[in-house]
Design a binder for this molecule. Structure first.
Ligand code: TRP
Length: 455
């Protein structure tokens, strides 16, 4: 049974939603993942496809998610149950909520491992391990870390504990400060990095790698990865944004709010890319396509050789950890909310249980960097498989369902009423895109990408 009991109270202002959504969106996806998948997919053309996906799929679906969340005002699973029952639909539509919660936990499992790397690097930076290093030395320091599974597990555990403790205490308290103060600081540091990388790296090559459209390098697998990343970086397709949408005041313009969050998120990713690639091209031992270690090998070279690098470097990894942490909260919160709302769990128990699941699954990713590095499922190691299954399969599929639900199943008048504060101009364009463009784009890219990946 679903009822509107246990409704969240609306936050006092749209601003609070912006903080929570930005905290969720800006994370490892922007600083760690975006640069390395750009590198693996040959640069510019991939970036262009990614930007198109943000515009034509990501932002429209984000508006849809916020709207659904505000309409349902419960945890994502119950929101979908409530909305689909109201529309007289088959219970199968609940799959949207479920798929999302499972995807969130799977992402959290490896997210915590990578955030653990950042935690570990704080100490490295502060103790001067990277002072004056060459790219080659930075590379071997990183490889040593990957080979050391106990250290990886230690930091993964610490990160998950931090997440679980905060989510237990309630999400809103620490988040405001983290986003209001620390995010801008992170952004300033990225700009400092950018300046240094402009001075000491091969900026021209880094820039043209990111922004010149070498279409030969682009494949359907790459296009699918770009689209999946559009979902990942905006925290779409698993209910996180839906959960935060539940806090959106009734009369707040969703359109421009979503646009602000999307712009900010994209900006952070592009600045991170612009800071990293000039360093990559100035150091022949770092391959653009070197994978998940890209940021952890290139940035220490910068910090190790710039004035004040000890301080800036430690601070940078503290801030990256915090950005990861405010994202991790949103990966676990929908599942916690569901267990508390519908299964009578205590917040603490729900958190510990879900954190434990993420921890156990995460061990697979830890091992994929050392003991299991040769084991392959469909050509992927465990970490890559988790990433592929979530970013390239589950998130796009949930996004597709959401676009179809909002574009085709809900009555247009109901949708219009829910978005009554938008102008006609904005509303009709959005509705058209979410009805035709987004679902079609997701479908074509998904089918072609999967076909090419496995053929
Ligand atoms: N968007 C975050 C990042 O870029 C990761 C993230 C948080 C996420 N919540 C999510 C990804 C929900 C998908 C779904 O790092």
């Amino acid at each position: 049974m679903s009822s509107k009991k246990g409704m969240h109270g609306a936050w006092s202002s749209r601003w609070t939603f912006v903080l929570a959504a930005t905290g969720s969106a800006v994370g490892l996806g922007n600083i760690w993942k975006f640069p390395y998948i750009v590198g693996e997919n040959g640069g510019g053309a991939f970036v262009l496809v990614y930007l198109l996906c943000i515009l034509m799929v990501g932002l429209p679906v984000m508006v849809a998610e916020v709207m659904l969340g505000r309409r349902g005002r419960q945890s994502p699973i119950n929101t979908m149950r409530y909305l689909t029952e109201q529309a007289g639909l088959h219970g199968g539509w609940n799959a949207i909520g479920w798929l999302g919660v499972v995807a969130g936990l799977m992402i959290l499992s490896y997210y915590a491992v990578i955030a653990g790397w950042a935690l570990h690097y704080i100490g490295h930076m502060a103790s001067g391990t990277f002072q004056g290093v060459t790219a080659e030395q930075a590379g071997s320091i990183f490889n040593e870390l990957l080979a050391d599974k106990d250290t990886l597990i230690f930091w993964q555990t610490i990160f998950l504990l931090l997440t679980v403790i905060v989510v237990t205490g309630g999400v809103t308290k620490g988040l405001g400060m983290a986003v209001r103060v620390l995010m801008p600081l992170l952004f300033v540091l990225l700009i400092v990095l950018l300046v240094f990388s402009y001075q000491s790296g091969d900026f021209a090559r880094g820039f043209s790698f990111l922004f010149s459209f070498n279409y030969e390098a682009l494949t359907w697998e790459g296009v699918l990865e770009a689209m999946g990343h559009a979902f990942f970086t905006l925290s779409l397709g698993m209910g996180a944004i839906m959960a935060y949408g539940a806090y959106m005041p009734q009369h707040a313009r969703i359109g421009r709010t979503v646009l602000a969050v999307g712009l900010l998120d994209t900006l952070v990713a592009l600045v991170a890319g612009l800071a990293i690639f000039p360093i990559v091209f100035a150091n022949p031992t770092i391959e653009p396509s070197s994978g998940p270690g890209l940021m952890f090998v290139s940035l220490p070279v910068v910090f190790g050789n710039m004035p004040g690098g000890l301080l800036f470097g430690s601070l940078f990894f503290v801030l990256v950890t915090l950005a990861a942490w405010s994202s991790a909260i949103s990966l676990i919160e929908p599942a916690v909310a569901y267990l508390v709302e519908s299964k009578n769990f205590h917040r603490i128990t729900a958190n510990l249980l879900l954190g434990l699941i993420a921890w156990i699954v995460g061990l697979g990713s830890v091992l994929s960097f050392n003991v299991w590095s040769e084991s392959r499922v469909a050509g992927f190691n465990f970490f890559e498989f988790m990433d592929f299954l979530t970013s390239s399969v589950m998130l796009p599929l949930t996004g597709l369902f959401i676009a179809i639900f909002v574009g085709w199943i809900m009555r247009p008048q109901a949708v219009r009423e829910e978005l009554s504060d938008e102008s006609d101009y904005v509303f009709f364009r959005w509705h058209w895109i979410v009805r035709y463009i987004s679902p079609l784009a997701i479908l074509v890219v998904f089918v072609m990408g999967i076909y090419k990946t496995f053929s």
